[in-house]
Design a binder for this molecule. Structure first.
Ligand SMILES: Nc1nc2c(ncn2[C@@H]2O[C@H](COP(=O)(O)OP(=O)(O)OP(=O)(O)O)[C@@H](O)[C@H]2O)c(=O)[nH]1
Ligand SMILES: [Mg+2]
Length: 392
């Protein structure tokens, strides 16, 4: 494939992924800790985040992660605390796809009127939107030289369970009170955190990280499992119909594999390899070196595979594992699920042609990106189902 076609293809995939990615709206004053949260959740450096942000409205910008095929987009609204901020444009942008609002405020900063009024407006219009309030820079409220308590000092509601300095505790409670009579029905949760730089000398560096990812998980859309049961396989192709449940199964397994700490990087590609093997059996094709090489080159320069299996999975699973809300269902990762699902669909497309001695590179890439979009559509439908009745 020539480089221009490769670039076009990569862009098409990115566009399709972007359209279906989860948008997390970071709403907070200047220097409240927004970038620090993106850094902790993605594992990117501040510099990577800084250059990765692209303007999307006059006052906001968006950071796609992973950039080649984003499963999550961080929308950073700036201009808050400056002059008069008109959120109309940002609201329009965010409301199209955003799944949740992550409000960021320094724990010791009581001046949150502008922020709270935006949240209030938003929840009037979108009552089901979950709101997570990250209360940052906890150590600003510690005595000089003090480190964090050995255990995370807050419960799942964000309420102190251990000794927290009185002024800090009061300030956290005051911030909670600002949201007390928030309109709407969606979850409102509070997560005190302190995401520091290593040179700050605090341990752990990302204090409250687990609590934040747990809150994100809880706020995310439900219902995928049920939706998956209704997924229609291609009706008039026997092989692809047979392959479909395998793909769903492996994709679900890939998502579930990430529950095991540190298993993500190892387990997901393993699951994907297994899936490719069983799909090849269905199509009566075996994966030899040449076939694998052809398939890999169909998926562009390998960016997709890299993005899926390495770039962000470990962080992403903590962030978007969202689907397992139904009773007994596994907590799953949208990222692992969707990329595995897409890989499986692309492999079916590839294998069906390979049987006939044909290779259709663009078709494989298109099948991949269409399937990625499809997989993420399940999540928005899941959200729609979860929110039915409460949305305005
Ligand atoms: N100790 C500590 N410092 C933090 C925390 N969050 C942010 N900071 C520090 O506060 C400063 C601003 O943090 P950023 O994450 O860049 O905040 P931001 O909201 O992205 O800032 P702007 O993009 O300039 O609006 C940096 O020096 C951070 O290191 C936190 O939870 N704990
Ligand atoms: Mg920033």
């Amino acid at each position: 494939m020539n480089p221009a076609a490769g670039a076009r293809e990569a862009e098409a995939i990115a566009v399709s992924a972007r359209e279906n990615a989860t948008v997390v709206w970071l709403l907070g004053k200047v220097q409240s800790g927004k970038t620090s949260i993106v850094r902790a959740l993605t594992g990117c450096t501040d510099a990577e985040i800084g250059t990765g942000y692209a303007p999307c409205t006059r006052t906001s910008r968006v950071f796609d992660f992973p950039p080649e095929a984003p499963v999550i987009r961080f929308l950073d609204t700036r201009g808050l605390g400056e002059a008069r901020y008109d959120p109309t444009e940002d609201l329009a942008f965010a409301e199209r796809q955003a799944h949740l609002l992550l409000v960021v405020m320094r724990a010791l900063d009581p001046q949150q009127d502008a922020i709270v009024s935006i949240v209030r407006d938003l929840r009037t219009r979108r009552p089901a939107w979950p709101v997570i309030v990250a209360q940052t820079s906890l150590h600003d409220g510690y005595p000089p030289g003090a480190n964090h308590p050995p255990q995370y000092a807050f419960d799942s509601q964000g309420l102190p369970t251990a000794d927290v300095p009185a002024e800090l505790a009061r300030s956290l409670a005051f911030q909670r009170s600002l949201f007390r009579d928030l309109p709407g029905t969606g979850l409102v949760s509070f997560v005190p955190i302190d995401f520091t730089q290593p040179e700050d000398g605090f341990q752990p560096v990302n204090y409250g990280f687990e609590a934040l990812t747990a809150a994100l998980r809880e706020a995310a859309p439900a219902g995928l499992i049920a939706l998956l049961e209704g997924v229609q396989a291609e009706a008039n192709d026997a092989r692809s119909r047979r392959a479909h449940p395998h793909i769903v199964g492996y994709a679900t397994a890939a998502a579930a594999a990430d529950i095991v700490p540190l298993a993500g990087l190892v387990a997901v590609p393993g699951v994907q390899a297994k899936m490719l093997h069983s799909l090849a059996a269905i199509y009566g094709v075996s994966w030899d070196k040449r076939t694998i090489g052809e398939f890999a080159s169909c998926l562009g320069t390998g960016t997709i595979l890299r993005a899926a299996s390495q770039l962000g999975i470990r962080q992403l699973v903590k962030l978007i594992p969202i689907y397992g809300q139904t009773a007994g269902a596994v907590a799953a990762s949208a990222a692992s699920f969707a990329t595995t699902f897409a890989l499986g669909k692309a492999a079916c497309y590839f294998l069906a042609r390979r049987r006939k001695g044909e290779v259709d590179m663009a078709g494989v890439a298109a099948a991949y990106s269409a399937a990625l979009a499809e997989a993420f559509n399940y999540s928005s439908r899941g959200e729609a189902a979860g929110q039915a009745g409460s949305a305005s």
